[in-house]
Design a protein around this ligand. Structure first.
Ligand code: CUA
Length: 345
């Protein structure tokens, strides 16, 4: 091959690599990682992208060179000379992809293994998904409940997932990992947050009408601040709706904890969901249903389909009442009746 041709090929390759690199770097493809696992996943992403740019540069330069150099006259329909049995070329195009694919496989395997290694003493968090809300519980802190996922910075965390009704999927873009939640299974996801901040928790599995509203937050905190938060205040799932809270507060906690707030508007809870009826109008709905307010609210929770306000779909989970303990149900009904009365008075 002449020296001029080689220089031309290399020039084309540099231009193609530059274009590939610009396309890879200029748009902000990925959010900045907030966990060590995400950092490793990003490394794999850029490793593979680098290989892609390298291959693209070779293919694009040879293509561009051939198009310019071996261009045929418009009326020339003849075929080029056939190539057969170029052993060196065949070895090259087999060996190079083999090496690259093997390298990607090895890097990916190492990253997968490292990302799964939770260490001896990870913080365990129970992640519970239901239409259409996320709940988080901390077994090592008296099963403390939180509507947002609070995590200490730089600590290994194992998230254990439970779906109460249908398929959901846990995703924090900055964590780079997704985990499907399947009723009856309890998959886990290991994360080690390494950047303090607040990130979105998103459901990425179409799980019903309120799917798009099924969001929460992941808050990565300094370890001392996390410890202080985790040890403070009320305890546990059983605790919510029981002792130690000002009157009405239990009902509000339950309202948020069981995801009522994601579908219903209620000024007492500062919620603005529009999937289900506006609960500030509960008194009117009870009148429409010809039931006393308290009995109406109770029935609407336990048998959501018994009376459905006009203009709203009948999508409230049928087993909703069974998710609440008897006392929780009482607190929730009291809370809703009280806020409905306040609204009309
Ligand atoms: Cu839960 Cu979409």
């Amino acid at each position: 091959m002449r020296r001029g041709s080689l220089v031309q090929l290399i020039l084309f390759a540099i231009v193609a690599a530059g274009a590939g690199l610009a396309l890879a770097l200029a748009p902000n493809w990925l959010p900045e990682p907030a966990t060590r696992e995400a950092g490793r996943i990003h490394f794999v992403f850029w490793f593979v992208t680098g290989i892609c740019i390298f291959i693209f540069a070779i293919v694009a330069s040879v293509t561009a060179y051939s198009v310019l150099k071996f261009r045929r006259k418009p009326d020339d329909d003849s075929d080029g000379p056939p190539i057969h049995g170029h052993t060196g070329l065949e070895i090259a195009w087999t060996a190079v992809p083999t090496v690259l694919v093997t390298a990607i496989a090895i890097v990916s395997a190492i990253v997968l293994a490292k990302d799964d290694a939770a260490g001896a003493n990870p913080l365990r968090v129970e992640v519970v998904a239901q239409q259409f809300a996320w709940s988080f519980y901390y077994p090592s802190y008296g099963n403390k409940y939180s509507p947002v996922l609070r995590l200490p910075n730089k600590r290994s965390v194992v998230l254990r997932m439970t779906a109460k009704d249908v398929l959901h999927s846990f995703w924090v873009p900055e964590f780079s990992q997704k985990q499907d939640l399947v009723p009856g299974l309890h998959p886990t996801l290991h994360v080690t947050p390494d950047r303090i901040g607040t990130y979105a928790v998103v459901c990425t599995e179409l799980c019903g009408l309120g799917h798009a509203l099924m969001r929460s937050q992941a808050v990565v905190m300094a370890p001392a601040a996390f410890e202080k938060w985790a040890r403070a205040g009320k305890r546990g799932q059983a605790g919510a709706g029981q002792a130690g809270q000002p009157k009405g507060q239990e009902g509000l906690t339950l309202f948020n904890q069981f995801g009522c707030n994601s579908c219903h508007t209620l000024s007492a809870a500062s919620s603005s969901g529009t999937i289900g009826p506006d609960l500030d109008k509960l008194a009117t709905f009870a009148t429409n249903a010809h039931r006393p307010l308290s009995a109406f609210v109770h029935q609407s929770i336990v048998q959501p389909g018994a009376y459905v306000e006009k203009g709203y779909p009948n999508v409230m989970p049928k087993d909703f009442g069974r998710r609440l303990s008897k006392s929780q149900l009482t607190f929730l009904v009291q809370f809703l009746v009280a806020s409905a009365k306040k609204g009309t008075s």
